[in-house]
Design a protein around this ligand. Structure first.
Ligand code: HEM
Length: 200
């Protein structure tokens, strides 16, 4: 072959750690089940105004009735929380937080970088880092409603019952909105190759 003809440069496909992919998969499946059973509880429970008021369509519900929705919600809560717990241990032990999560250099890049790729990547990291406390808040507010007598100190942190419920419910649209924004940002930051690397 003529050495002067340029050949297409092969870029390495992104690789993700097996444990990060496992966390990511389990987290997505658990969140879908948590949200659909949570909406079932909302629909079936007069306390939340669901029974007589506005209803979510059957298509997005899991559990069939109030007790069914609660059974699913509380069972999957273990999968969701333990998955997040083990991911936290993994991130801590391997010091993954030092290179995978947003840092001050990402904040600087968002404000001042002229490099559009660097800026996109910084936003992407800031967004997926910010969802972690929201995932923890969903657990804390859920536990505070689940066992308000035993965990009164936790429920007390939210002020009153209405605030506690509102905080727990608001984590749902945040997670749904995040999933959309995070998917678009992952595509912009690393194309479909990055997305595939996180799933397969
Ligand atoms: C359902 C909610 C989701 C949550 C809470 C979530 C959360 C996260 C977190 C915390 C990370 C960093 C993991 C690590 O490196 O240790 C991450 C990475 C990633 N996520 Fe998600 N994710 C969700 C859904 C999705 C979806 C639907 C997509 C794509 C369609 C996606 C694509 C990615 C990609 C490509 C990465 C790797 C980023 C990189 O290497 O720069 N995620 N996600």
């Amino acid at each position: 072959m003529d050495a002067s003809v340029p050949t297409r440069r092969k870029t390495k496909s992104p690789q993700q750690a097996f444990l990060a992919k496992t966390f990511h998969w389990v987290n997505i499946v658990a969140l879908v089940l948590m949200i659909s059973s949570g909406l079932q509880i909302y629909n079936a429970n007069p306390v939340f105004g669901g029974r007589g008021g506005w209803h979510f369509p059957d298509l997005v519900l899991l559990g069939g009735w109030l007790a069914g929705g609660r059974d699913w919600h509380f069972a999957i809560m273990w999968v969701y929380s333990l998955n997040l717990f083990w991911y936290g241990i993994y991130v801590f032990v391997t010091r993954r937080w030092q290179h995978r999560f947003a840092s001050s250099s990402d904040l600087k890049a968002v404000k001042a970088s002229q490099n559009i790729k660097r800026k996109n990547y910084a936003w992407h990291r800031l967004v997926y880092t910010a969802i972690v406390p929201i995932l923890l808040l969903a657990i804390a507010s859920g536990l505070a409603m689940y066992k308000p007598a035993q965990l009164h100190w936790l429920s007390g942190l939210f002020g009153n019952w209405q605030t506690l419920r509102t905080v727990h419910f608001i984590t749902v649209p945040i997670v749904v909105g995040f999933t959309f924004v995070h998917s678009v940002m992952a595509l912009r930051a690393g194309t479909i190759r990055l997305v595939k690397s996180m799933f397969f």
